[in-house]
Write a protein that binds this ligand. Structure first.
Ligand SMILES: [Zn+2]
Length: 84
């Protein structure tokens, strides 16, 4: 423990988990660290949370939290026609 931001790559100051990166960027946020581990490079990679800080664009795709709620019944039929 004791690792702290901001992320050397995207500059974010809050992340669920600080990760290790290359020597030039020893502290990475969760997103950048994951990218670094899987791809081995951070070139041209800017996580969505970093983009959101700069320009408040809509993030309709990949919004995995706080979407909808109140209908999480797992009763077989998962594909209902709700979205138009
Ligand atoms: Zn980052």
């Amino acid at each position: 423990m004791g690792k702290e931001g901001p992320c050397y790559h995207c500059g974010i100051e809050q992340t669920p988990l600080w990760r290790n990166g290359p020597p030039e960027k020893p502290v990475l946020c969760n997103a950048c660290g994951s990218r670094w581990r899987t791809r081995g490079t951070l070139n041209d990679y800017i996580p969505k949370h970093a983009l959101k800080n700069v320009q408040d664009t809509q993030t309709d795709e990949d919004s995995d939290d706080h979407s909808g709620s109140s209908s999480t019944s797992t009763n077989g039929n998962t594909k209902k026609k709700l979205a138009r």
